[in-house]
Design a protein around this ligand. Structure first.
Ligand SMILES: [Zn+2]
Ligand SMILES: [Zn+2]
Length: 317
C-alpha cells in the first residue's frame, strides 16, 4: 500500500489472472472512506484487502462508498459484498443495462454469447473451454443489487475530495475514469495501462463499435488536465497524452495487420489465431477473439470490410 497524496492510497490486491494484481484506490477524509474498485471475490483478495485496511486502522464496514470504474470481475467482483455491509455503490449508467446485467442475469445473455462465438467460426471444443472459464468466474463475483447510476461529467464529493466522472467507453461500455480535479490526478481504471494495451472487445452485450469508442476515449483522456494517471494495473503513467497516443498507434497497426491478413475471406476466430499466435489458455483465447472482432467490426463500419454468413467470414471491399 502506498499513500499517493494526502488521503489517497493505492492498494494492490492479487487476482488469479495474467495481470496478477489489481490496484484499488482508497480515499479517506472528512470522516468518510471510499474505495475505487473492489477486486475479485477470492480468499487471497479479501485477505490482502483486509490487511491493507487494517494498516489504516480500518475494516470492511468502514467503506461507505464504492466507485466502480467498470464491470470487469477484477474491479467489480466484491461490490455486492461492500453493498451488503452498507456501502453505496456507484456505476456508470451504460454499465447498468449491459455489463452489470451480464452478471446479474446470466440467462438473458448466455445464448447470445455462445451464438456470437459460433457465428464467428469458434470451434465447439474451444467454446467448451470458454464456457468453463465463464462459469468459474461467475462464482467469484458478487454483483451489487442497487448500484447508483453515474453520468458523464458528474462531480462527486467523497472523502473530502472532488472527483469528476469521465465516461471513457471502449475497454468497457460504461468505463469511467475519475479525475481528482484539484490535484490534477486521474484514476484511470483500465482505460490507460502502463505496460499493456487494454483489451478492447466486442461481446454479445456491448455497444456496436467498441474500438471506435476506445479511440475517442483516448483522445478525451489526452486532453484532461491530469499530470499523472494511476491505473487499474501496473504503475503510474506520468505522460497521459503520450500514453494515449501510443495506444492509438498500436490499434492503427493492428487494423493494418488485419487488413493484410485478409487476402482471402476469413472468420474472426481464424484471424484471432493469426493476430495472437502465442500460446493462450481458454480465457486468453476468449479475449483474443473479442479483440479481433472489435477490430473487424471497426473496419466494416468504416466501409473497408464486408462480411458474408453466418457463419461470418470477412473480406476486403
Ligand atoms: Zn477491465
Ligand atoms: Zn482490470
Amino acid at each position: 500500500m502506498k499513500e499517493l497524496l494526502p488521503g489517497v492510497y493505492r492498494l494492490p490486491v492479487p487476482i488469479p489472472y495474467p495481470l496478477k494484481t489489481v490496484n484499488l484506490y482508497l480515499l479517506k477524509g472528512n470522516g468518510e472512506v471510499a474505495l475505487v474498485d473492489t477486486a475479485l471475490g477470492t480468499r487471497a483478495a479479501r485477505g490482502t484487502l483486509e490487511l491493507s485496511l487494517a494498516e489504516l486502522g480500518l475494516c470492511f464496514q468502514d467503506v461507505r462508498v464504492v466507485l466502480l470504474t467498470h464491470h470487469h470481475p477484477d474491479h467489480y467482483g466484491l461490490a455486492g459484498f461492500f453493498e451488503g455491509l452498507g456501502a453505496r455503490v456507484f456505476l456508470h449508467e451504460e454499465e447498468l443495462s449491459r455489463g452489470h446485467r451480464f452478471w446479474r442475469e446470466p440467462q438473458a445473455f448466455e445464448e447470445a454469447s455462445w451464438r456470437l462465438f459460433l457465428d464467428h467460426g469458434t470451434p465447439k471444443e474451444a467454446l467448451e473451454g470458454i464456457r468453463e472459464v465463464m462459469a468459474a468466474t461467475r462464482e467469484r463475483i458478487h454483483p451489487p443489487e442497487n448500484p447508483i447510476p453515474l453520468r458523464d461529467g458528474e462531480v462527486l464529493e467523497v472523502a473530502g475530495k472532488r472527483l469528476r466522472a469521465v465516461w471513457t467507453p471502449g475497454h468497457a461500455d460504461g468505463h469511467v475514469a475519475f479525475l481528482l480535479e484539484e490535484e490534477g490526478v486521474l484514476l484511470a481504471g483500465d482505460a490507460l495501462l502502463e505496460r499493456v494495451s487494454p483489451n478492447v472487445g466486442l461481446w454479445a452485450y456491448t455497444r456496436e463499435n467498441p474500438l471506435k469508442d476506445f479511440l475517442r476515449s483516448l483522445d478525451r483522456l489526452g486532453e484532461l488536465p491530469a499530470r499523472v494517471a494511476h491505473a487499474g494495473h501496473f504503475g503510474p503513467i506520468p505522460e497521459v497524452r503520450a500514453r494515449a497516443e501510443e495506444l492509438k498507434a498500436h490499434h492503427q497497426e493492428r487494423l493494418e495487420a488485419l487488413l493484410a491478413l485478409l487476402e482471402a475471406p476469413k472468420s474472426a476466430w481464424e484471424l484471432s489465431l493469426m493476430l495472437f499466435p502465442q500460446e493462450l489458455d481458454a480465457a486468453g483465447r476468449r479475449f483474443a477473439f473479442a479483440e479481433t472482432l472489435a477490430h473487424l467490426e471497426y473496419l466494416r463500419q468504416e466501409g473497408l470490410l464486408g462480411r458474408e454468413g453466418p457463419p461470418y467470414r470477412y473480406f476486403r471491399t
